[in-house]
Design a protein around this ligand. Structure first.
Ligand code: URP
Ligand code: ZN
Ligand code: ZN
Ligand code: ZN
Length: 510
C-alpha cells in the first residue's frame, strides 16, 4: 500500500486501497435496541441519502438496500465531541492530528461530529476563520466551530457579530490561562460576556488563574523541579477553582449562560454545583482524561511517558476522577468532551529541560465513547439513555443543532453507531488511528465495542475497517439562542423594573 493512511487500516473511499465504498445510499439497521436520550425501544432504522427516514419495528425494504443486523446490540446516535483541537498551532508547534486523521480516529471510535476551536490570527477572528476553513477542507465527517477571543477592540466586537449572524458560530471561548499567549483579563472577559449575551452566543471559559500559574511555574523552576511533575505542581486545583468561581460570578453578574470547558478538579466541579443549585445557568464539561486517569502518569520516571500526560488544567490526583464521574451521573456536569490535542514524543521533548515548554494536550477523540461506556455504564453509574445524552444529545442541544444531530428520529442526520455491549475493547498506540506516537490510555481494556459507524448515511467504520473520504465532511452551522437563553430576557426585564421603583427619601433638614 502506498498511501500513509492504509497502514493504519484506513482506506480512502473508492480509491487507494482497493476497498470499494460498500455504502449504498439506502441502509436498513435491523432488530437493534434504538437508544435516544428520552427513551429506548427495539426498532429498525431506515436511512436514505444521509437522512433517517423511519424508526419503527419491522420495516420492509427492497433488495437494493444494504441491511445491517443489530440484533442484541444498541443502535445509538453517533458521538459528538464538543472539544477538540485538530491541527492547532500551539506552544510553538502544531498538534499532529489534523481534520482528516483526527476525524478518522473519531469515526473508528464511534464519534461522528466534533466542534473545534478556531484560534484568531493576531486577534483577528475573520483571519482565524479563514485558516480553519482551510484546515477543515480535508474533513471526512461533520464538524462545527467555536471561536476563541484573544484580544478586545471594536473590530473584534463587530467580527463576533458577523461570526454569529453569517458564519454559523454560536460560542466563544475565553482563556483565563496561558499568560503571554492566549490569556485574557477580567476586563476583556466582561466585555466578551456582555457581547455574547447580546448575540445569544454561549461564552466558554478555560478556567485557571493564569497569573498565579505563572508564579507557580517560576517557583517550581527556582526549586529545581523542571520535569513534567512541575507542570502539575505549578497549577494546583485551587487555581482552577478560583478561576471557575470568578467566571461563574461574572457570568452571573452579566446574567448570561456559561460553559466551563475541561472541568478537571473537584474544586471547579463544586463551584459549578453551587451555581446550579442557586439557579444559575452553568454547563460543566469534564473530559475523558479527567474522568478516567489520575496524576500517577506525570510522576513516571521516564520523561516521554510522563510528558504525554501534560495537559492543562492538569490531570489531578486520584479522587478527583471519581468525584467528576459522580457529578456527571447526577447532572452537576452535563456532557463529556476530550480536548483532543495531540503532540508526538519529539514535540513533547521540547520541554525535556523545562516543563513549561512541553506542548500541552492529550488524546481522547477515538477513546471517549468506549471509556465513557466502560467507566459510567458498565460500572452501573448511569443508564444507556444517559450515555446517549452525555456523549451526544446534550451537546447537540447546547449548541443548538438538535434534533438534526444527537437523535435517532425521522428527519435527523444519519449519524449512527451500532454498539455491541457483549464485545470488548483494548486501547493501544499500535492499533489506534490517531497519528500520535503515544496514547494516554495505553493498555486500557473494557466492555463494549463500536462495531459500525455510519456518518452522513454512509458506513465509514465496519468491524475494524475504516473507509473515509477526505472532503466529504460538512461544516454544520450552529444558530444562536439555544435553550440556555430561554427566559433570560424575562429575568433581565424583572431586574430592570425593580431598579425603576424610586427610593423615597425625606428632604434633609436645612
Ligand atoms: O492542554 C490543553 N488543554 N491543550 C489544549 C488547549 C486547551 O487549553 O484547551
Ligand atoms: Zn489500504
Ligand atoms: Zn483549555
Ligand atoms: Zn481545549
Amino acid at each position: 500500500e502506498s498511501n500513509q493512511f492504509c497502514d493504519a487500516g484506513i482506506s480512502y473511499g473508492d480509491s487507494a486501497c482497493g476497498i470499494s465504498s460498500s455504502s449504498s445510499s439506502k441502509i436498513l439497521i435491523k432488530g437493534g435496541t434504538v437508544v435516544n436520550a428520552h427513551q429506548q425501544e427495539i426498532a429498525d432504522v431506515y436511512i436514505e441519502d444521509g437522512i433517517i427516514v423511519a424508526v419503527k419495528p419491522s420495516i420492509k425494504v427492497s433488495d437494493d438496500v444494504t441491511v445491517l443486523d443489530a440484533t442484541g446490540k444498541f443502535v445509538m446516535p453517533g458521538g459528538i465531541d464538543p472539544h477538540t483541537h485538530l491541527g492547532m498551532e500551539f506552544m510553538g508547534t502544531q498538534s499532529v492530528d489534523d481534520f482528516f486523521s483526527g476525524q478518522a480516529a473519531a469515526l473508528a471510535g464511534g464519534t461522528t461530529m466534533h466542534i473545534d476551536f478556531v484560534i484568531p490570527v493576531n486577534g483577528s477572528l475573520s483571519a482565524g476563520l479563514e485558516a480553519y476553513k482551510d484546515k477543515a477542507k480535508k474533513s471526512c465527517m461533520d464538524y462545527g466551530f467555536h471561536m476563541a477571543i484573544t484580544k478586545w477592540d471594536e473590530i473584534v466586537s463587530r467580527e463576533m457579530e458577523i461570526m454569529v449572524k453569517e458564519q454559523g458560530i454560536n460560542s466563544f471561548k475565553f482563556f483565563m490561562a496561558y499568560k503571554g499567549a492566549l490569556m485574557i483579563n477580567d476586563e476583556l472577559l466582561l466585555e466578551g460576556l456582555k457581547k455574547c449575551k447580546s448575540l445569544g452566543a454561549l461564552a466558554m471559559v478555560h478556567a485557571e488563574n493564569g497569573d498565579a500559574v505563572f508564579e507557580g511555574q517560576k517557583k517550581m523552576i527556582e526549586l529545581g523541579i523542571t520535569g513534567p511533575e512541575g507542570h502539575a505542581l505549578s497549577r494546583p486545583p485551587v487555581l482552577e477553582g478560583e478561576a471557575t468561581a470568578r467566571a461563574i460570578r461574572l457570568a452571573g453578574f452579566v446574567n448570561t449562560p456559561l460553559y466551563v470547558v475541561h472541568v478537571m478538579s473537584t474544586d471547579a466541579m463544586e463551584e459549578i454545583a453551587r451555581a446550579r443549585k442557586s439557579g444559575q445557568r452553568v454547563i460543566g464539561e469534564p473530559v475523558v482524561s479527567g474522568l478516567v486517569l489520575d496524576d500517577s502518569g506525570i510522576w513516571d520516571p521516564d520523561f516521554t511517558t510522563a510528558a504525554k500526560y501534560v495537559m492543562s488544567p492538569p490531570i489531578r490526583a486520584s479522587g478527583h476522577d471519581k468525584a467528576l464521574q459522580a457529578a456527571l451521573s447526577t447532572g452537576i456536569l452535563q456532557l463529556v468532551g476530550t480536548d483532543h490535542c495531540v503532540f508526538n514524543s519529539t514535540q513533547k521533548a521540547f520541554g525535556i529541560d523545562d516543563f513549561r515548554k512541553i506542548p500541552n494536550g492529550v488524546n481522547g477523540i477515538e477513546e471517549r465513547m468506549h471509556l465513557v461506556w466502560d467507566t459510567m455504564v458498565e460500572s452501573g453509574q448511569i443508564s444507556v439513555t444517559d450515555y446517549v445524552r452525555l456523549t451526544s444529545t446534550e451537546c447537540a442541544r447546547i449548541f443548538n443543532i438538535y434534533p438534526r444531530k444527537g437523535a435517532i428520529l425521522a428527519g435527523s442526520d444519519a449519524d449512527i453507531i451500532i454498539f455491541n455491549p457483549s464485545s470488548s475493547f483494548e486501547i493501544t498506540t499500535r492499533s489506534h488511528h490517531s497519528r500520535s506516537d503515544t496514547n494516554v490510555f495505553e493498555g486500557k481494556r473494557g466492555k463494549g465495542k463500536v462495531e459500525v459507524t455510519i456518518a452522513g448515511g454512509r458506513v465509514l467504520w465496519n468491524n475494524g475497517e475504516l473507509n473515509v473520504v477526505p472532503g466529504s465532511g460538512k461544516f454544520i452551522k450552529m444558530p444562536p439562542y439555544s435553550y440556555l437563553f430561554g427566559g433570560i430576557d424575562k429575568a433581565d426585564a424583572k431586574y430592570l423594573s425593580s431598579l425603576q421603583a424610586p427610593v423615597k427619601r425625606s428632604k434633609a433638614a436645612t
